[in-house]
Design a protein around this ligand. Structure first.
Ligand code: ADA
Length: 565
């Protein structure tokens, strides 16, 4: 499934799901004459036991059967972590970063059989600033859906919807991008429908789009009788845009986006959703489900959503990268709130000064906001988890990226999860202050009083920074617990110790008036990179999940469920 709702009734779309030919290769120049195996797409190559710890280059091959000559577009929703795409041996382009989509227009593709070849690289090479050995696993493969579309030479490239409430009335801003790939100027009419109601909006007729250009147009529309999107009533609408060529009755293209009417605001030390103060009861979730790696099919993602709701949680932080849009679709439907963040975890100043860091972050930010803009469930954008926000040079990069995202989206508050305790110099740059604290796991605090005292000391420091009087989120706290490791004297890694630490932390953080939200580290155990990390991570996993990698609840599960009730 491409999305949890149908995005086109005019445009032809198909998912290229199923077995693709695959083989590992030693260098990018190699074109196998035969392929030794077939791999499922979407999927990680680690799902094949022979490739369960393969790190390097692989090549996927698929025959495209084109029934009618015309313009097509191929979209890759996620390839981990670098893709080089070839069609009939012609290089189409390259994309870096496993967690955002990319596409290629295939103009005048002739009827017949074509060969699609994707070289995929998940190695930790000198060009990769964000995918590095880390406390999560960089899988390999075409991890999210591949979509082939037949497009008209003038089509809708993107449609963003922003809901705004003014004087108790709902308004919508529609930003639509039209793309004319023909070599002739074209004049079109637009039509918008909300569900099956045609929206009355002016300036939709006789729109001129010059040849080989894109045109962005913004419309503001007022709405009556709107059902708001909220956690309790996550009401969604299908917003359809249609393009008509002047003089031709049938539309030539369409795009359907699923939207919600909701507004997120920071007011003093509160985060408001539709004017009501939010209390975030969240968990950090890596996209990792043992046997399938990061290529999580809907049915397994639905298990996670069911567990999150059973835990009385109302929010997920997509630690530490943009998530699969189908998971976001599910959160839209289920009223789960999302803090989505760009791809970075724990990069030192030196790692942030990697020659490719800036451009790889900039691309990830652009793609994350552009591709996930319409999800009502996303209420916060985050960046650069636990990077160098304690240095002037690091601050410049935080500032640049926060400004970049703010320029793309003024409708959501911004934050980052800091670990630079008593040293962070970037709290003036964000709308919400977020801090990761592990006093009871990495620190020596054991008793309730010691943990509370450590927190209060931390809070006292925050009050001396620009984060004073801003909403405060505890974006990470937790402890390791190995599933099945039980012991009455609660040694570290026992389930009892994990439950005890979470119990004390939740009692403290959930009772503090200045804290508007908590994200437990973490929802599920996840695989980590052997290099560097496995010595600190028993079983080669980050064991701080409150369910294990198979979603088996640990003792801490009940602790969290009761605390979040
Ligand atoms: C950090 C980091 C997480 C994880 C956690 C831990 O806070 O943001 O990704 O590594 O520590 O388990 O120690």
């Amino acid at each position: 499934m491409i999305r949890l709702f149908k995005q086109h009734s005019i445009r032809f779309q198909e998912e290229l799901e199923g077995y693709w030919d695959f083989d590992t290769i030693k260098s990018k120049g190699v074109v196998p004459s035969t392929y030794s195996r077939k791999l499922m797409v979407p999927g990680c190559w680690e799902q094949d036991i022979a490739l369960c710890d393969y790190r390097g280059l692989g090549v996927y091959r698929k025959e495209l059967i084109i029934n009618e000559t015309g313009h097509y577009r191929i979209t890759f929703k996620g390839v981990s972590h670098t893709a080089l795409v070839y069609l009939d041996s012609q290089f189409l382009g390259e994309h870096y970063n496993a967690y955002t989509e990319f596409s290629f227009i295939l103009p005048q593709l002739t009827q017949g059989i074509h060969e699609l070849r994707i070289i995929v690289d998940n190695s930790f090479n000198e060009n990769s600033a964000l995918h590095i050995p880390n406390d999560y696993y960089t899988y390999g493969g075409i991890i999210r859906p591949v979509v082939l579309e037949r497009i008209h030479d003038l089509f809708i490239e993107q449609l963003h919807f922003t809901s705004v409430k003014k004087n108790d009335k709902w308004y919508g801003l529609i930003d639509i991008d039209l793309h004319n790939i023909s070599d002739k100027n074209q004049i079109v009419n637009l039509k918008f429908q909300l569900e099956d109601i045609t929206i009355d909006v002016s300036n939709t007729n006789d729109i001129l789009i010059m040849s080989n250009t894109k045109k962005s147009i913004t419309y503001e529309i007022s709405f009556d009788e709107i059902k708001e999107w909220s956690q309790a009533t996550p009401y969604l609408y299908l917003l359809k845009a249609l393009i008509y060529q002047v003089g031709i009755l049938a539309p030539i293209d369409d795009l359907i986006e699923r939207i919600g009417f909701r507004q997120v605001q920071v007011k003093g030390q509160q985060l408001l959703l539709n004017g009501d103060p939010l209390c975030i009861k969240g968990l950090n979730r890596h996209e990792d489900f043992n046997l399938v790696g990061c290529a999580i099919p809907l049915q397994l993602a639905a298990i996670d959503i069911a567990l999150l709701k059973d835990l009385n949680a109302n929010s997920v932080r997509t630690s530490h990268y943009p998530n699969d849009e189908r998971f976001l679709d599910m959160c839209d439907e289920q009223g789960l709130l999302i803090w989505e963040e760009n791809h970075a975890r724990g990069l030192s100043l030196e790692e942030m000064q990697h020659p490719n860091f800036d451009k790889q972050c900039e691309a990830c930010n652009n793609e994350m906001v552009a591709q996930h803009y319409n999800h009502p469930s996303i209420i916060i954008w985050g960046i650069l988890n636990e990077c160098s926000s304690d240095t002037q040079e690091g601050r410049e990069m935080y500032k640049k990226q926060l400004e970049q995202i703010k320029a793309l989206d003024q409708s959501r508050p911004l934050t980052f999860a800091s670990c630079q305790h008593f040293a962070d110099i970037c709290f003036d740059l964000v709308d919400i202050v977020s801090t990761n604290i592990y006093h009871a796991w990495y620190g020596e605090s054991k008793s309730f009083e010691e943990i509370e005292a450590a927190y209060l000391q931390h809070l006292e420091w925050i009050q001396t920074t620009a984060g004073k009087d801003k909403p405060l989120i505890i974006s990470e706290f937790g402890a390791g617990g190995i599933y099945g490791s039980r012991s009455p004297h609660q040694p570290k890694w026992s389930e009892e110790r994990q439950a005890d630490i979470l119990d004390k932390c939740l009692q403290i953080y959930c009772s503090r008036p200045e804290i508007i939200g908590t994200y437990i580290w973490q929802f599920c155990d996840c695989r980590v990179t052997d290099e560097v990390w496995s010595i600190k991570r028993p079983r080669g996993l980050n064991n701080k999940g409150i369910v294990d990698e198979y979603r088996r609840p640990k003792l801490a599960y009940t602790t969290v469920k009761n605390a979040y009730k």
